[in-house]
Design a protein around this ligand. Structure first.
Ligand code: GAP
Length: 498
């Protein structure tokens, strides 16, 4: 029986980070210059995995829902967009510096860590009271109060060990730059901190050009940028990342029904792509943002604990309403359907239910879940192996064709098979080294199927398929490969569960 080791600690994340780098999934950005903090690049296997996740999300949204369509808006938007959305005035995090170590922290995170410590020590009521006090000060904009809480709680800088703190300042997370060639004429412009606003400002364009009827949704995948004060946990919190967002426009008063609906639909998606139910949970927001009347996170159990992977928000008519006011252009929908009194609902600003998942966080969850260390056998036969147990539909490479030896026509035969399969799904060819080593190479990048070409193949046109997780082998005819493997790796297997 294979035994799989469980690692829940920070060391598990370290192992995953080095595995991701060594096997071409994620590299630190511009590494030859010692990297750029909180920015990462996806390698040859990482980009395939990420593209599969994005395609699954995109198709689950736009292909499986006949009332959801997609767009691709620009990263740059008119600066008033961010005034209307509230980002210019309130997309801030409170920061504090330690004067001795010169290190910068998020003041709220220092207090949250203390609250977690109280919980771990068995005095959660103290933690709760602390968080309430913090929320009170933040709401009132009393940053001195936040600083005082840090001092009263005796929270020292982990580097210098001192309480020598600066005052707390609000720090806007948006990156800004300038458009225009002549500096006097140039105007301030932002890199979008969320993709959602590109959807809101196109609400009427899509509704009219697509003759969409409420309820309907607009989906988008794209880059977003936030100047995070403290970026940590690998690709969990980055300064440049990718979001997959969908705004669902509904009749006012029906938003809670749709909110509950989308909560369940999105949870089902995560399970269907292979994340285990016990590692997923809902976390309701106690304190709601000014624009929301309900909000929940889908959390995944990362090696550093249960943390937000996706947010589902009932955003009321806040965004469309704010754009209507600032642009002075009506953002209304004419609803011809009749209410219970037989009157048309008429014109209104729709309410919105949003689903928003970070492509990178989903990638990290899938990678953490797939990373497996397994021990088989006993005594002298004890063997350890590391492999990535991806759902076949998300695996970067679906099949590897491996001739047992290069001579006697086996390599040519294997090449023929490789060239015929690669038109149907991502296939690779490898003839270097012992076959066991080649299986291991594929295990390490999570290839679900290895096809071995041996002497018997030359006689009867059969090959073995070696299955990644069980390591079992089965003999099949070459003519069966495309259908058998194609079926197992097809995204349809995921969609069937939605
Ligand atoms: N439009 C709503 C919105 O942007 P959010 O909770 O700020 O809401 C949504 O972000 C999702 O985007 C998060 O659940 C997370 O998956 C992802 N995300 C946010 N900030 C991120 C960061 N700095 N790095 C990676 N992913 C991030």
């Amino acid at each position: 029986m294979a035994e799989q080791k469980q690692q829940d600690t920070a060391s598990a994340l370290k192992d995953i980070i080095s595995h991701a780098k060594e096997y071409g999934f994620v590299f630190p950005s511009s590494e030859i210059y010692d990297g750029l903090q909180a920015v990462y690049d996806y390698g040859q296997n990482g980009v395939e995995l990420k593209n599969n996740l994005k395609t699954l999300w995109w198709k689950a949204m736009t292909m499986l829902n006949d009332n959801v369509v997609g767009i691709d808006a620009s990263i740059f938007m008119h600066p008033l967009t961010w005034k209307a959305s509230g980002h210019v005035d309130s997309f801030n995090d409170p920061m504090i510096d330690n004067k001795d170590s010169k290190k910068r922290y998020r003041a709220d995170q220092l207090l949250e860590a203390r609250a977690e410590q109280y919980e771990a020590e068995g005095t959660p009521e103290k933690g709760k009271a602390l968080l309430q006090e913090m929320a009170k000060f933040l709401d009132a904009g009393e940053l001195d109060g936040i600083r005082q809480l840090i001092i009263d709680e005796n929270i020292k800088c982990p580097i210098s060990g001192t309480l020598n703190w600066t005052e707390v300042r609000q720090f806007n997370l948006m990156f800004s730059t300038q458009v225009g060639a002549v500096s006097e004429d140039a105007s301030l412009i932002y890199l979008r901190p969320e993709t959602a606003q590109g959807i809101f400002v196109n609400f009427l364009n899509v509704q009219k050009s697509g003759r969409m009827k409420i309820p309907f949704g607009i989906a988008q995948i794209g880059k977003a940028f936030r100047n995070e004060i403290v970026a940590r946990n690998f690709i969990f919190r980055m300064r440049e990342f990718e979001q997959m967002e969908m705004q669902f426009f509904v009749r006012p008063g029906t938003e809670m029904e749709w909110y509950n609906n989308w909560k369940e639909t999105r949870l089902k998606f995560h399970k269907a792509i292979g994340l285990p139910a016990e590692n997923l949970k809902f976390h309701d927001h106690e304190k709601l943002a000014h624009y929301a009347n309900a909000a929940v996170d889908i959390e995944y159990k990362f090696p550093f604990g249960f943390k937000e992977m996706e947010g589902i928000h009932s955003r009321t008519d806040f965004d469309l309403g704010a754009h209507q006011t600032l642009s002075k252009k009506k953002q209304q929908y004419f609803d011809p359907e009749l209410d219970e009194n037989g009157k048309p609902y008429g014109n209104y600003v729709p309410f919105v239910v949003e689903t928003s998942v970070g492509a990178d966080r989903l990638f990290l969850a899938i990678l953490c879940n797939a990373y497996t260390n397994e021990t088989t056998g006993e005594g002298e036969n004890l063997k350890e192996r590391t492999f990535l147990k991806f759902h076949p539909a998300v695996a970067p490479i679906k099949a590897a064709v491996l001739p047992l030896v290069k001579k006697d026509g086996l390599a040519e035969k294997a090449q023929d098979i490789f060239h015929s399969l690669k038109r149907s799904f991502n296939t690779t060819y490898d003839d270097g080294g012992a076959i066991g080593k080649r299986y291991t190479r594929q295990d390490l990048i999570g290839t679900p199927f290895c096809i071995a070409v041996d002497y018997q193949t030359m006689e009867d046109e059969t090959v073995t398929i070696r299955h990644r997780d069980s390591m079992e082998q089965e003999r099949v005819h070459i003519s069966e490969l495309r259908e058998k493997i194609g079926n197992a790796v097809s995204m349809e297997r995921v969609f069937e569960q939605l």
